[in-house]
Ligand binder design. Structure first.
Ligand SMILES: Cc1ncc(COP(=O)(O)O)c(C=O)c1O
Length: 242
């Protein structure tokens, strides 16, 4: 991964950079500032980033984490606070980057793979219902390569079976579906901020949600399951953003 400064990308007279990371002069200044304060994790800029990211999608809460995979895993693990039991099932597309399925396992749940449509390479909504069992807790569509999944059909199925919808939007920052922003449609949406993705913190991820309880659970999950000062209420991860 080649890293370029803001000055260099300006000199190159860019259109759309691909496979490069632009670190602007402003970003360098803010990183220096954060290092100088010696507050280098979960600091004020992380909070500001969460608020501004969520606002872009018109949702209330953003929870910044260490990677897109952590975003997926924490979103799945949040399901325990809504009645899921270990080993319960999450429906995912049979075609995605490996992180989607891995994250379900990392959360202690079971991915159930549903075939994709040849025309879109996204999950085939007409094949979802046949895969729903009494242990299904969520559907996790992936908006593969920036193409939105068929959210209308997915929401209808989820509503009918009382399932949560977790959008894996790791590859789809800024995509729109029928006039609505991808990420603002399901109960939670997960973004990767890895160096090869559309918006990057080099390594990082973000979960957005409109649900206050979900945001609270996600904040606890990224910090070892902590709630108050050294009170640990659930099995957590260490997935904070620096
Ligand atoms: C669809 C999808 N989900 C999840 C991830 C995981 O993101 P990260 O690499 O930040 O862990 C990726 C990343 O590459 C992805 O393409």
């Amino acid at each position: 991964m080649k890293i370029e400064s803001g000055q260099e990308s300006k000199k190159a007279g860019y259109k759309v950079p691909f496979g490069t990371v632009s670190v602007t002069d402003k970003a360098r200044r803010l990183i220096d500032e954060a290092l100088d304060t010696k507050w280098v994790t979960k600091g004020k800029y992380v909070k500001e980033f969460e608020e501004k990211f969520a606002a872009l999608f018109g949702v209330k809460y953003g929870v910044a984490v260490s990677s897109g995979t952590d975003a997926d895993a924490l979103a799945c693990a949040a399901l325990y606070d809504f009645g899921a039991k270990r080993g319960d099932e999450v429906i995912v597309p049979a075609l995605s980057f490996v992180a989607t399925g891995n994250a379900v396992f990392q959360a202690g749940l079971t991915p159930v793979f549903v075939d994709v449509k040849r025309e879109t390479l996204n999950i085939d909504p007409d094949k979802i219902e046949a895969c729903i069992t009494p242990r299904t807790r969520a559907i996790m569509p992936v908006h593969l390569m920036g193409k939105p999944a068929d959210m209308e059909k997915i929401l209808t199925i989820a509503g009918k079976h009382n399932l949560q919808v977790i959008e894996d939007a790791a590859e789809a920052h800024g995509a729109e579906y029928r006039g609505r922003k991808i990420g603002a449609i399901g109960n939670m949406a997960c973004f990767s901020l890895y160096a090869a993705h559309i918006v990057t913190t080099i390594e990082g991820g973000m979960i957005i949600t409109d649900c206050e309880k979900t945001a609270e659970v996600l904040r606890s999950l990224r910090n070892h399951g902590m709630t108050g000062k050294f009170t640990f209420e659930r099995i957590g991860f260490s997935a904070k953003m620096n």
